[in-house]
Every structure is written in structure tokens, then in C-alpha cells.
Design a binder for this molecule. Structure first.
Ligand SMILES: Cc1cc2nc3c(=O)[nH]c(=O)nc-3n(C[C@H](O)[C@H](O)[C@H](O)COP(=O)(O)OP(=O)(O)OC[C@H]3O[C@@H](n4cnc5c(N)ncnc54)[C@H](O)[C@@H]3O)c2cc1C
Length: 430
């Protein structure tokens, strides 16, 4: 028997993989619903998402959508939608091609010329911060206006607090990028072509819900795990209501601080490491506004970092969600902001939306989320190891985006179901 702790997208995908392998398993979820941070609902006739607003339609995701029968629910963004940045009083489109870069008004000419020197700069240096790396490669203008807000925005973390070795090196390796990012781009035709963004008719939660339906009785909601104990060669998983599962293998997909609590008795060193990881608190304010804004949304340039607003998603233009926008506030730049009351956050979001876009807006909902910072605190995971039969598959051990969650789930499930019994050793470092 394999026990998966947590019924977010990682735990559910693990369950689906174990089902495929034909092994006995159960997915235990503390709350009364599937999905974890993926959460959607209808508010005032709008479909709102409080976690991710979209996923990239990668090959893996397309297969999963078919597998769980959601093809007819899938909504794909129109082709060619770009992302913008707010800089110097204006929204400016970030081109997806080098040719477009030459004529775009997103950067002054001197910054563009400096960025072209990138192939002559060296690859990452040991211990280098992400901000130092990108500034050294492309110059301060390109870093502060484009790369910093886009990269830092993925984690809501200031790249000055992130190390290349901890958060970027594995991505560079995955895409086989050595010394020059620009030459890599040129070899791919001089243009970035990410898979299209997508969602589902009733919001992102449709995906974990369909996965949970597929797992049937093997997905158990309202099943909060309280502790893990060694029992001979196996693990005893004890729920808050005293139900006990005896498991040969246990896969933990829970947030780092929850995982630390569960590991405290069984693996105290690993528990200390997980509890050292920092999460950023982020406020999300959904806004209703009549605008002509087009694109995926925008980020705020570091020159305008005094604004509480970090960025906005244009749900209207992406998925025809009429007049709907999602504003993000707080995160690593304004760490205390998410603790402010709802009325303050709604007012600040409306003010910053008007300042950056020129349009009036009405708040629909205020909510908060915590996301792994992937900053220098990830050094704590150096040497993180678990006893045999315990595993972690989580957005704090590998890439947090949903495509990353699916691929980690597949890999860990295969290793657990078919490999020799071992623990998963986390190696995020280097
Ligand atoms: C605001 C926000 C925006 C994002 N935007 C994007 C995006 O645009 N695109 C993208 O690809 N990704 C995005 N992400 C990242 C992605 O959504 C997450 O990394 C991913 O959904 C995490 O899934 P998970 O299953 O690993 O963890 P979680 O969703 O955190 O699931 C963990 C589960 O464990 C359960 N649990 C906790 N304690 C216990 C316990 N003791 N016993 C049993 N169960 C327990 C929880 O209830 C939860 O359901 C975003 C994330 C956030 C928060």
C-alpha cells in the first residue's frame, strides 16, 4: 500500500500514476475538496480563480485533460497574446522575438544595445544571486524592466534574494543553456514560443476535481494526517480522527511547514530543513473593469516597485471572462501588505489599477495565498534525505508550476511503484 499525503495537483497526479501502475494506494486530503491551492468559484456571475489563473498547455497537460475527459471544458487563450510591463507611466508590450525587441518602446536604446553584449559575458558564477547574474548578462535596464519582474514574479520574490544555484541552474540545465541565453534563443529562431495558456469553463479547479472523480474511493477528503510512525519495515500513517493506514511507502506533497511537522519524529534533520524554508504571502484582488486591455496581463517594473501592485492578469482578454482582472499585491517586496484588512487591499488594488491602466475598477473579492519563495533559505535543503519508504514530491522540492508538478509526480510514482525501495533524496541544490 502506498499513501499519498495531500490532494493538490501533485498528490492527485501521483494517484493517477499509481492507478496506471496497478498498485494499491490512497490519497489523503485534509480539507473537504480536491485541488489544494487551485481553487475556483462563481462570484457575482464571474468565474474567479484564487490560485493559478492559467496553465501552459504542454503535451503532458493535453494528455491529462484527455485522460480525465475535460476536452470539452478546455478554454485556450487566443494566439499571439503578449505580456506587458508598467514602466515610466505607461504599459509597454514585451516582444516575444528579437526582431520585435529592436522596435519596441519597452526599453531605451542604450539598454537594448547593452543587452546585445550578453553572448560575450560568462555563464553563472558559483554563489551568484539571480539579480547579479541577469544584470551582469543583460545590463541593469533590461533586468529592472523585464527580466527581474518576470522571473521574480514567478515566486513573488526579489531575485536579489535568490541564488542561481538554488532556483535557476536546473532550468538552465533542462533547456541545455550554457554560457549564453541570447545564442540559445537565436538557435531557436530568435523567438520565444511558450505553449498557449489555458483554463477550464468553470475555472482551474475543474482539473483536480476531475482527477479526484477518476480516483473514486482512493481519494479521501477530510482525512488530515496527524503523524507518521515507523512500524517494522512499514510506515504507520495516523489521521487526526485516529484512522490508521499501514504503508510500504508514503509520499508527502504537503507545504514545507506541514511536511516539517509530519517528519518531526521520523526524520528530525529533514524536518528542520523543511521548516527553514520561507514562503511569501501574496494578496489577490479580483477586479471588474470595462477596458480595452489586451494580452496576458502586465508586471510592474522594478523602477516602480514602490507600488503595492506587482502585476495584473487580464482574464477578460485571455479567456473571454468579461471585464475580469486579477491584481496581485504584496509578496517579497511588500511582505506585510497581505496582512492588511480586505478593505485596504481592495482600495489599494483599485488605486494602483487606475494608475497603471487608466481604468476604474470595482473590487469583487480579496484573498491571500502563500507561495514557496525559492530564495536563499533553500540552502537548508542541501543534503536533505529521508528514511527508506518516505518521499517528498512538492512545489518546494522541484519547479512549482503545474507542468513541473505533473512531471515530478510521474517520475516519483514510477520510482516508488517499480524501483527498489528507497527514499527520494531531494537535490535542488547545484
Ligand atoms: C497564487 C498562486 C498563483 C499561481 N499561479 C500559477 C500559474 O499561473 N501557473 C502555474 O503553472 N502554477 C501556478 N502556481 C503554482 C501551482 O499552482 C502550485 O505550485 C501547485 O498547484 C501546488 O500543488 P501541490 O499539490 O504541490 O500543493 P498544494 O496545492 O499546496 O496541495 C497540498 C495539499 O495538501 C493538503 N494538506 C495539508 N496538510 C495536510 C495534512 N496534514 N494531511 C492531509 N492533507 C494535507 C492541503 O489541504 C492541500 O490540498 C500558482 C500558485 C499560487 C498559490
Amino acid at each position: 500500500m502506498i499513501v499519498v499525503v495531500g490532494g493538490g495537483i501533485t498528490g492527485l497526479s501521483l494517484g493517477r500514476e499509481f492507478e496506471r501502475q496497478g498498485v494499491e494506494f490512497v490519497v489523503l486530503e485534509a480539507s473537504d475538496r480536491a485541488g489544494g491551492v487551485i481553487r475556483s468559484a462563481d462570484v457575482d456571475g464571474h468565474t474567479l480563480d484564487w490560485g493559478p489563473q492559467r496553465i501552459r498547455l504542454t503535451g503532458d497537460l493535453e494528455s491529462l485533460v484527455k485522460d480525465v475527459g475535460l476536452e470539452d471544458e478546455l478554454i485556450t487563450a487566443p494566439e499571439g497574446l503578449g505580456i506587458s510591463v508598467y514602466r515610466d507611466g505607461k504599459l509597454r508590450a514585451i516582444p516575444y522575438s528579437l526582431a520585435g525587441f529592436a522596435t519596441a518602446d519597452v526599453l531605451p536604446l542604450r539598454s537594448k544595445l547593452r543587452a546585445l553584449l550578453e553572448p560575450f559575458t560568462a555563464g553563472p558564477r558559483p554563489g551568484e544571486k539571480v539579480s547579479e547574474y541577469f544584470t551582469r548578462k543583460f545590463g541593469r535596464g533590461t533586468y529592472e524592466t523585464i527580466i527581474g519582474p518576470l522571473y521574480g514574479g514567478l515566486y513573488s520574490t526579489d531575485p536579489a534574494d535568490m541564488e542561481v544555484d538554488l532556483s535557476l541552474a536546473h532550468v538552465l540545465r533542462q533547456f541545455k543553456i550554457g554560457r549564453s541565453l541570447l545564442l540559445h534563443l537565436l538557435r531557436r529562431g530568435g523567438r520565444i514560443s511558450p505553449p498557449p495558456a489555458c483554463t477550464f469553463r468553470d475555472g482551474m479547479q475543474a482539473l483536480p476535481e476531475a482527477l479526484a472523480r477518476r480516483l473514486g474511493q482512493r481519494f479521501r477528503s477530510r482525512s488530515r494526517v496527524r503523524s507518521l510512525e515507523h512500524a517494522g519495515d512499514d510506515w504507520r500513517v495516523i489521521l487526526e480522527d485516529e484512522t490508521v493506514f499501514d504503508a510500504h511507502d508514503v509520499v508527502l506533497t504537503t507545504p514545507a511547514h506541514v511536511t516539517a511537522g509530519l517528519l518531526r519524529a521520523a526524520a528530525p534533520d529533514a524536518a528542520d530543513a523543511a521548516s527553514a524554508l520561507k514562503y511569501n504571502r501574496l494578496a489577490m484582488v479580483h477586479l471588474e473593469a470595462e477596458t480595452d486591455l489586451r494580452g496576458n496581463g502586465f508586471k510592474v517594473s522594478f523602477e516602480d516597485r514602490h507600488l503595492a501592485l506587482g502585476g495584473v492578469t487580464f482574464n477578460d482578454s485571455l479567456f473571454s471572462r468579461k471585464n475580469l482582472y486579477t491584481a496581485y499585491l504584496g509578496g517579497g517586496w511588500h511582505p506585510d501588505l497581505a496582512d492588511r484588512d480586505d478593505d485596504t487591499l481592495a482600495r489599494v488594488a483599485v488605486e494602483d489599477f487606475r494608475l497603471t491602466t487608466g481604468f476604474d475598477a470595482r473590487p469583487l473579492s480579496v484573498d491571500r495565498a502563500e507561495i514557496p519563495a525559492w530564495d536563499t533559505s533553500w540552502r537548508a535543503l542541501d543534503g536533505f534525505a529521508l528514511p527508506d519508504g518516505l518521499h517528498v514530491a512538492a512545489n518546494w522540492t522541484e519547479r512549482p508550476g503545474i507542468p513541473g508538478r505533473l512531471s515530478q509526480a510521474r517520475r516519483v510514482a514510477r520510482a516508488v511503484a517499480t524501483g527498489p525501495r528507497a527514499s527520494t533524496v531531494v537535490s535542488t541544490v547545484g
